[in-house]
Write a protein that binds this ligand. Structure first.
Ligand code: ATP
Length: 251
């Protein structure tokens, strides 16, 4: 079976994450996508994450109706920072010989890959599926690779190519054309005081109910500017913040 590992903080899971998982499943014929919330992301967060249990519960609610999408406890309570290289190796050790594992990631997170622990080894362990966003191309993916893995033909690559695959020095990275759900968890946290109905535009209805029932994100630092953020959500239809300046949490 073809399987993908999709890591993140999922604080909370939203339509963007689900669209990424479903688009990759369709395009690559994945039988399973493990959505793996990080308990201890390796890179320092600017804010305290919502309890792991809540983030996992929301993932379970969001994925319940799609048999391909499976919330995973792989990175739960390991007591160690959740480095992707060790998560991948642990998952691979449980798979059958006939299984094939992919690492699924959004392009904004992929742009930081060089700062992760053992990026060359990680790219040698597993094929990557990078989900694009407007303005990114295959050349950007090549540019983000560690220097030792960059393809020689990078300079001649077409700047606008929005899909395709780079195979270079044992690394394989597929770029999947953009997924058009522009919402981010940051925006949802900032607008959590809105009604379940309004929140349901950005997260599945059961997740919206859960956020309100458990009073999540209310009073968080993101909340201090909730009025402005709520306004931003309605005016921009949840346009995602650019990756510039965001704290990266994979590794
Ligand atoms: P935050 O706003 O808290 O930074 P986020 O919405 O980016 O969170 P994460 O849990 O950090 O969510 O994301 C996990 C993965 O999903 C990352 O690889 C990220 O690039 C990708 N991702 C998140 N939102 C989208 C989206 N709307 N479209 C495509 N990829 C996305």
């Amino acid at each position: 079976m073809k399987i993908a590992l999709f890591g993140g903080t999922f604080d909370p899971v939203h339509h963007g994450h689900l669209a990424v998982a479903r688009a990759a499943a369709e395009k690559f014929g994945l039988g399973r996508v493990y959505l793996v919330p990080a308990d201890l992301p390796p890179h320092k967060q600017k804010r305290k994450l919502t309890d792991f249990q809540h983030r996992f519960a929301m993932l379970a609610l969001a994925t319940a109706d799609d048999p391909r999408l499976v919330p995973s406890l792989l990175d739960a309570h390991t007591g160690q920072p959740n480095y992707s290289i060790s998560t991948v190796r642990r998952l691979k050790s449980t798979l059958k010989k006939s299984d094939k594992l992919y690492f699924l990631i959004g392009i904004d997170a992929f742009m930081d890959i060089r700062t992760w622990r053992q990026p060359e080894e990680l790219l040698a362990e597993v094929e990557f599926i990078v989900v694009s966003r407007p303005g990114y191309s295959l050349a950007d993916v090549g540019q983000a690779l560690p220097e030792s893995l960059r393809p020689p033909e990078l300079s001649t690559m077409r700047r606008r190519q929005a899909n395709g695959t780079i195979v270079s020095m044992g690394a394989t990275v597929h770029l999947l054309g953009e997924v058009k759900e522009r919402v981010s968890s940051t925006q949802i946290r900032a607008a959590a005081a809105r009604s379940v109905k309004q929140l349901s535009r950005y997260v599945p209805p059961l997740v919206a109910e859960y956020i309100r029932k458990e009073n999540l994100y209310v009073g968080s630092s993101a909340q201090t500017n909730s009025a402005g953020a709520a306004k931003m959500l309605s005016s921009q239809e949840g346009r995602h913040h650019s990756h510039a300046g965001r704290s990266h949490k994979n590794g």
